[in-house]
Design a protein around this ligand. Structure first.
Ligand code: PGA
Length: 250
């Protein structure tokens, strides 16, 4: 089973509309010769339209970094799945560690968001991963399995096939301390085994599993060379078009 590699940019809380437009203008010619790779850009909500306009004529995919699970209503400050669809988003990052640990999102909430994303035809990029102390205490596997178990409750096989899961060890995010290829592969294999045990091989063969955490042009090929790592979710190194373009040419 060959899965199409996916290189995803998570811009987090960065850039103005002008900067987003400039980024896209610079990016497209740099990746025009790209063939068997999916490229996804996930800007903050305020820049989604600019990136959408900027990607015209290209195959760049568009995603948001979060959403709420409800349809509509009195949820001040939140954004609904249909609003993301309205802006032409195809993907949505859910359960990012910054959502979990800065904004207090728990697995129950993340699970509701995952289900809601599928109901609205958005593909979730579900992030899971352990904190440093959990790794040091030998709890990495346990933490990842618990997150998967809880975040994927009620998800169907058909939905899961299209889903993207990102292994992002919290200690590697934005720290410059990227995981070794061995640790990243072990965690990605664990995730695929979990999917296999719950949903069978047809599903586990199709789901794309990414590594994220201080991925840079200098280390991306080390991860992409690992069987079972299907791509990367990139923060810091995705903010400059030339650096992000290099990442897509692992
Ligand atoms: P980083 O962020 O590449 O800056 O470490 C990755 C992420 O948070 O998705």
């Amino acid at each position: 089973m060959t899965r199409r590699p996916l290189i995803a940019a998570n811009w987090k809380m960065h850039k103005t509309n002008q900067e987003a437009k400039d980024f896209m203008k610079e990016l497209l010619p740099l990746i025009s010769d790209l063939k068997d790779v999916d490229v996804l850009v996930c800007p903050p909500f305020t820049l989604i339209s600019s990136v959408d306009q900027g990607r015209e004529g290209s195959k760049v995919l568009l995603g948001a970094q979060n959403m709420y699970f409800e349809e509509k209503g009195a949820f001040t400050g939140e954004v609904a799945p249909a609003m993301l669809k309205d802006l032409n988003c195809e993907f949505v990052i859910l359960g990012h560690s910054e959502r979990r640990w800065i904004f207090g999102e728990n697995d129950e909430l993340i699970n509701k968001k995952v289900i809601s994303a599928f109901e609205h035809d958005l593909i979730p990029v579900l992030c899971v991963g352990e904190k440093l102390e959990e790794r040091e205490n030998g709890q990495t596997e346990q933490v990842i399995l618990k997150q998967l178990e809880n975040d994927l409750k009620g998800v169907t096989e058909d939905h899961l096939k299209n889903m993207v899961i990102a292994y992002e060890p919290v200690w590697a995010i934005g720290t410059g301390k990227n995981a070794s290829e061995k640790d990243a592969k072990e965690a990605c294999d664990l995730i695929r085994e979990f999917i296999h045990s719950r949903f069978g091989s047809e599903t586990s063969d199709k789901v794309r599993i990414l590594y994220g955490g201080s991925v840079k042009p200098e280390n991306v090929s080390m991860y992409m060379a690992q069987e079972g790592i299907d791509g990367a979710l990139v923060g810091g190194a995705s903010l400059k078009a030339d650096s992000f373009a290099k990442l897509t040419k692992f």
